[in-house]
Design a protein around this ligand. Structure first.
Ligand SMILES: NC(=O)c1ccc[n+]([C@@H]2O[C@H](COP(=O)([O-])OP(=O)(O)OC[C@H]3O[C@@H](n4cnc5c(N)ncnc54)[C@H](OP(=O)(O)O)[C@@H]3O)[C@@H](O)[C@H]2O)c1
Length: 298
């Protein structure tokens, strides 16, 4: 494994982390504690030290699976990142809660579910600019930082993008940005990375496999089950994305290299990126993703 420093946090994160939205049950299946344990055990064995989760991957369900695991292992070896701003209702249905009072309650619920005293990176979860630019919210968060419940603050920027959030991050007290960045979506190079470099913000690249498309295993016409959120993707966009993946496979992928590993290493070639956080369904995917670190310099 390789490690990079996450912006001004000083945290030494593995360049490959583990994303855990799938633990919430919106990726076509549910996960037992034993299955979550096996994924996290494999990650630990391969030097991965960063877990990304959220309040609304299930109703603190993903956090709960991680918390159960952490309660039986050395918590100090992990950098635990979670998020705030929503209550999970049901499949793809959330109620937003970005006020200081809402988030204060969510923080306690996340600490309980994760069974930790402190959250290493607490991230604003893809709200609007007006929800972000709320001085009361950040004052409360800085108070919680002072109280030791949070070590560092971050902003996970909405998929459709908001340069203002990257611009304001440092002023608000955030030290890291989480953004969609992959070979199919390079907008962050213009929108966010210049702000990140100027303000020493770490970058967590999320959806680095373009929701699994950049593994090369899906073909145009693929149908996902109704309990997999990818079943809601617009079919024309999926067709275009998968055609682009095929073009990339033929023109950019070195012969014999697994596409998922190549796609993760592609993100990490950009020095602004501190870590990539692919979601993994099983230990074999963790191992394959961890091996991408060998393709990365520095
Ligand atoms: N707003 C936000 O803050 C936000 C939004 C989205 C995601 N995130 C975070 O970012 C993480 C990653 O994003 P993501 O999970 O949406 O997308 P992703 O990492 O691009 O894709 C993950 C999916 O790709 C497939 N996969 C992973 N590794 C593979 C391998 N080695 N070989 C073959 N297939 C593989 C798995 O699904 P299949 O095997 O079923 O194809 C897996 O569930 C999330 O888990 C979450 O922690 C945050």
């Amino acid at each position: 494994m390789r490690y990079r420093i996450l912006g001004s946090t000083g945290l030494r994160v593995s360049v490959i982390g583990v994303g855990t939205w799938q633990f919430g049950g919106e990726w076509g299946r549910t996960f037992s504690q034993a299955e979550a344990d096996a994924i996290l055990d494999k990650a630990a064995e391969l030097g991965i030290n960063l877990i990304d989760t959220a309040e609304c991957y299930g109703d603190h369900l993903s956090e709960g699976l991680i918390g159960d695991y952490l309660s039986r292992h050395d918590r100090s070896k992990w950098i635990v990142a979670t998020k705030f701003g929503h209550r999970f209702n049901k499949f793809l249905d959330r109620t937003e809660g970005f006020t200081a009072a809402d988030v204060r309650k969510q923080l306690e619920a996340s600490l309980r579910a994760l069974r930790v005293e402190t959250i290493d990176l607490y991230q604003f979860h893809s709200g609007s600019d007006s929800q972000l630019l709320n001085e009361d919210l950040w004052a409360m968060l800085l108070e919680q930082k002072g109280a030791g419940k949070v070590r560092h603050l971050g902003i996970s920027i909405l998929g459709k993008g908001s340069e203002a959030q990257a611009r304001e991050a440092q002023r608000l007290g955030a030290e890291a940005l989480q953004v969609i960045y992959n070979r199919l979506d390079r907008r962050p190079e213009q929108l966010y990375f210049p702000h990140a470099q100027q303000h020493k913000l770490g970058i967590l690249a999320r959806v680095p496999l373009a929701s699994g498309f950049l593994t090369g295993k899906y073909r145009p016409g693929v149908a996902f089950p109704a309990n997999d959120w990818r079943s809601t993707f617009e079919s024309e966009k999926t067709r275009k994305d998968l055609a682009e993946v095929e073009r990339i496979r033929q023109t950019e992928l070195p012969a014999g290299m697994p596409m998922a590993q190549w796609a993760l290493a592609w993100c990490l070639k950009n020095p602004a990126v501190s870590t990539v956080i692919p979601g993994c369904k099983d230990p074999a995917q963790v191992a394959s993703n961890a091996a991408a670190a060998e393709l990365v310099e520095g």
